[in-house]
Write a protein that binds this ligand. Structure first.
Ligand SMILES: [Fe+2]
Length: 285
C-alpha cells in the first residue's frame, strides 16, 4: 500500500481481514505510548477549550479519554447507544471504496498505531491520535453522524461516477478542516485541525487564511494543500446546514463541475461570503 504522496504506508497490513480491519490489541501498547498519548491529549485539551465547537468539547469531557490510549470496545458501547456508530481498528489508510463502505455502514476506521515521540508536532500519515481524538467525539453528534454515513454512501456512488476527487474536497474542507460559526465566534469541528497543535489556533486567530461561507459546489471545485496549513477554510452555520446541503443526489453536480477548472486553494471569488475574524460574513470587495 502507498499513501497519497506515494510513500510506503507504515502500518502492518499482513494480518487484516478482507475489509481491512484488525484487532486493536490494546494490551500491546507500551507504557511509553500511553505516556505519549497523555502528553498529546494534555496539549490539545487546553487548545480545544478555546477553539473547538461546543459539541466537540462537551463529548470530549464526557468521554474522558485522556488517561491513556483508549480501548475501542469501551468507547463503542457508548457510541452504539448514542448514534449506532462503531470504531473499527485498521492498520492505516484504506482504499477509497473500503473506506466509503465502512462509513456507509456507520463504522469509522481508526488506525491502531501511535506516532513516535519525534512526530509530536507533525505526522505525515494519520495515526490513532488523529483518528481517535479528531474524529471519534464528533460521531456522538446525531446530525454529524448521519452526515458521515451519507458521505460514505455518496463516496460509493462517486466511485462509480469517477468523481472521487470532487467528493474528497468536501471531506477535506468539512470533516478534516471545517469551521463553524457559533455565538462565541468561529470555532472548529474538523479532525485535522482538532488534532493539530499549530493549525487549531492559526485557523481561527491568524489574519492570513480565507474563511468563506460553506458553498457545496464551490468546495467541490477547490483544490487543497496536504503539506501546509490551509489557505482557505469553509464555515458552516450549523451541522443541519451541512447535512441538508449534501442530502441531494450529487450526479448533476458532478456533471456541472466536470468541465470546469478547479480553483487554487487561495482563491477568493466575488460571490464568496468572507468571514473576518469573529465577525459576521461580509461580501468580498
Ligand atoms: Fe482524518
Amino acid at each position: 500500500m502507498t499513501g497519497e504522496t506515494g510513500h510506503k504506508l507504515r502500518g502492518d497490513y499482513s494480518r487484516m481481514r478482507p475489509d481491512y480491519t484488525v484487532d486493536q490489541e490494546w494490551e500491546k501498547y507500551s507504557p511509553a505510548e500511553h505516556e505519549l498519548w497523555r502528553r498529546l491529549y494534555r496539549r490539545q485539551e487546553s487548545l480545544v477549550a478555546k477553539y473547538a465547537c461546543g459539541e466537540f468539547i462537551e463529548i470530549m469531557e464526557r468521554l474522558d479519554f485522556g488517561a491513556g490510549i483508549p480501548r475501542f470496545d469501551a468507547i463503542n458501547e457508548k457510541l452504539a447507544r448514542a448514534t449506532s456508530w462503531q470504531l473499527v481498528a485498521v492498520p492505516g489508510l484504506l482504499p477509497d471504496l473500503t473506506f466509503f463502505d465502512h462509513l456507509a455502514n456507520r463504522r469509522f476506521p481508526v488506525t491502531v498505531w501511535l506516532r513516535d515521540p519525534e512526530e509530536f508536532d507533525y505526522i505525515v500519515e494519520p495515526d490513532i491520535f488523529h483518528d481517535f481524538f479528531g474524529h471519534a467525539p464528533m460521531l456522538f453528534n446525531p446530525v454529524f453522524a448521519d452526515y458521515m454515513q451519507a458521505y460514505g454512501r455518496g463516496g460509493i456512488k462517486a466511485h462509480e461516477l469517477g468523481a472521487i476527487e470532487m467528493l474528497a474536497r468536501l471531506y477535506w474542507y468539512t470533516v478534516e478542516f471545517g469551521l463553524i460559526d457559533t455565538p462565541q465566534g468561529i470555532r472548529t469541528y474538523g479532525a485535522g485541525i482538532l488534532s493539530s497543535g499549530g493549525e487549531i489556533a492559526y485557523c481561527i486567530d491568524s489574519p492570513d487564511p480565507n474563511r468563506i461561507g460553506f458553498d457545496l459546489l464551490r468546495i467541490m471545485q477547490t483544490r487543497y494543500k496536504i503539506d501546509t496549513f490551509q489557505e482557505t477554510y469553509f464555515v458552516i452555520r450549523d451541522f443541519q446546514q451541512l447535512f441538508d446541503a449534501t442530502a441531494p443526489d450529487f450526479t448533476p453536480y458532478y456533471g456541472e463541475l466536470r468541465g470546469r477548472e478547479p480553483y487554487a486553494p487561495s482563491t477568493v471569488l466575488a460571490t464568496d461570503k468572507v468571514y473576518h475574524r469573529g465577525t459576521a460574513p461580509q461580501r468580498a470587495a
